[in-house]
Design a protein around this ligand. Structure first.
Ligand code: SF4
Ligand code: SF4
Length: 231
């Protein structure tokens, strides 16, 4: 069912987006990421920037040896499009944080990205999940292709490309350290408390999702219309 047929617009904003929510008396206070903890958000942003800078470094050093600059250009273009247009549409437009006022995202992860789309209270659809998986995998994993290609090339031509070769090995090592850090803070922590419940990586228990939906009629109606059952 298409939730745009429902009279959802008249229902109140979700409690994360509503600055007047009574969080003090909320039974699930502390069990979800409902607020932006600046320290955590800054760590996430800095980690994300370092991850992308190291990925770009890998493509530059492998490009200096092999000359395949298309990899660098493709990566930079897709990263910019993913963070500014694609991810906000496919993933974030379904997130309770997206309903906050303002023209930019005010959440703990993609803070400051433009809100070009309307808020969608219903869960993320299967096709949106598949597309997000494709773009997410590309921006996170494609640097490994550049790293492996560059390191193999360096191994075969180490006399000619000593500087770029050593630089790509160091960049790849640092890249893997930051990748490990991200999986720890995301999969091991944030995904267990993230309020974008229909994201493929979300690990919030159904019981908690149901409690949140009970507090938020707009989301509840949209989710039930899409087949969600509240126990
Ligand atoms: S679920 Fe809503 S009301 Fe409860 S703490 Fe989070 S934002 Fe506040
Ligand atoms: S918390 Fe995640 S899903 Fe929600 S708006 Fe921010 S980046 Fe998007």
């Amino acid at each position: 069912m298409n939730t745009s047929d429902l009279p959802l617009n008249d229902l109140p904003k979700n409690c994360i987006a509503d600055k007047d929510s009574n969080c003090v008396e909320c039974e699930i206070d502390g069990e979800l990421i409902c607020f932006v903890d600046k320290k955590f958000a800054n760590r996430f942003t800095i980690g994300n920037i370092i991850y992308r800078v190291l990925a770009i470094a890998i493509f530059i050093f492998s490009g200096l040896m092999i000359g395949h600059w298309w990899m660098l250009i493709l990566y930079v273009v897709v990263v910019i499009l993913t963070f500014t247009v694609i991810e906000p549409r496919l993933l974030c437009s379904h997130c309770p944080f997206y309903e906050k006022e303002g023209k930019c995202l005010k959440c703990w992860a993609l803070r400051g990205m433009p809100k070009l789309w309307k808020y969608r209270p219903e869960p993320i659809s299967k096709s949106e999940k598949i597309l997000m998986l494709i773009f997410g995998s590309f921006i996170d994993l494609f640097p490994f292709v550049g790293a492996v290609w560059g390191i193999i090339f360096f191994g075969l031509n180490y006399n000619d490309y000593l500087f770029a070769g050593i630089a790509i090995v160091i960049s790849t090592f640092l890249f893997m350290v930051v990748a490990g850090y991200f999986s720890r803070i995301l999969l091991g922590n944030a995904c267990k408390k993230c309020a974008n419940f229909s994201c493929s990586m979300n690990k919030v228990p159904k019981e908690l999702v149901d409690k949140f939906l009970e507090k938020n009629p707009k989301m509840k109606e949209a989710w039930i219309a899409c087949g969600w059952q509240i126990d």
